[in-house]
Write a protein of this length. Sequence first.
Length: 94
Amino acid sequence: MDKKNALRAGALAAGTTLMMLLMSSPALALTRDDGDDPGSGLSVIETLGLYVVLPLVIFAVITGLVMVLDKSTDRRPKSRRPKTAVEAGAGAKA
């Protein structure tokens, strides 16, 4: 029974996807609108700089600012050793 439902769901998903692809237009990419004034395209170097290098530089600047402006004094990780019976009893009395 599960195999039949899975097959039905797969066929429905494939059919829906196919219909969406067939019914959608290419966003009228070849037809110019009034007032459409596309600029010149970006070169490969400009594209890589804009979409790869620039986000990495921004990330590095933010990371550097966080590290430099961090005011916390406790930098060591907390100990994960279990409490002894004496420490557990002392914590309850305080």
